[in-house]
Write a protein that binds this ligand. Structure first.
Ligand code: HEC
Length: 194
């Protein structure tokens, strides 16, 4: 899905990239070829569907469009680190309106439904800039998180987690097991939160 928001996201994130918010911004331009990476491990995987991993680099999985995606194994019991991180960040920043496990509330829509077919650029545009439903009788506002590092630095993580929920690859509640936290994640996190 492409929309005006994806272009906005590109611009806004390009601006953020000029600052310290590197890791999230890295996903704003999925068409950019991955930088030649000395010393990091990348592998091409067989991709079985649009949201399935086509590639893994330093514990982060991406689909064939370069969008971040999940890796759920052991019959839904074990997740990649980014999905785990996304679960934690979702619970810190989004649950208050969107409800436990992305299920939605009387105030905000289900993200399990909303993420179906939503690409990363579109998602990022909404998170960065917010969204307002002007037609609703009650004014519904999705706040803009563009200057909130606790969200911006973990945007791919939150997207990855919600995508797993949306695809039904991950059930409700905390994932019981996860892949180890990659060193590259820690490095990017430090740089982003500085
Ligand atoms: C203060 C309450 C609130 C918080 C906190 C909040 N949201 Fe929202 N969000 C909303 C509302 C209300 C809407 C619906 C807005 C509309 O319909 O225009 C929405 C819409 C969205 C949409 C678009 C859904 C669609 O169907 O297009 C996404 C994606 C989203 N939120 C993700 C998030 C994520 C991720 C977080 C945490 C980082 C978050 N939201 C935190 C209230 C919130």
């Amino acid at each position: 899905m492409r929309c005006a928001a994806s272009r906005v996201a590109g611009f806004v994130l390009a601006g953020l990239a000029a600052g310290a918010l590197g890791p999230a911004a890295a996903f704003a331009a999925p068409t950019t070829p991955p930088a030649a990476s000395g010393g990091t491990s990348a592998a091409d995987l067989k991709s079985d569907g649009p949201t399935q991993p086509a590639k893994v680099q330093d514990g982060q999985y991406t689909d064939k469009n370069g969008d971040p995606t999940y890796h759920v194994t052991d019959s839904g019991k074990k997740v990649d680190w980014y999905t785990m991180s996304g679960y934690l960040r979702y619970n810190a920043n989004c649950i208050v309106c969107h409800g436990p496990d992305g299920m939605g509330s009387t105030y905000a829509p289900s993200l399990v439904d909303a993420l179906k077919g939503m690409d990363y650029a579109h998602f990022a545009g909404i998170i960065v800039g917010g969204k307002k439903d002007v037609n609703a009788s009650q004014e519904l506002v999705m706040p803009a998180f563009g200057d909130n590092r606790n969200v911006m630095c973990y945007m791919p993580d939150i997207y990855t987690y919600l995508r797993a929920r949306s695809d039904g690859a991950l059930g409700r509640n905390r994932p019981p097991e996860h892949e180890p936290k990659p060193a590259a994640f820690e490095k990017a996190e430090d740089a982003c939160m500085k």
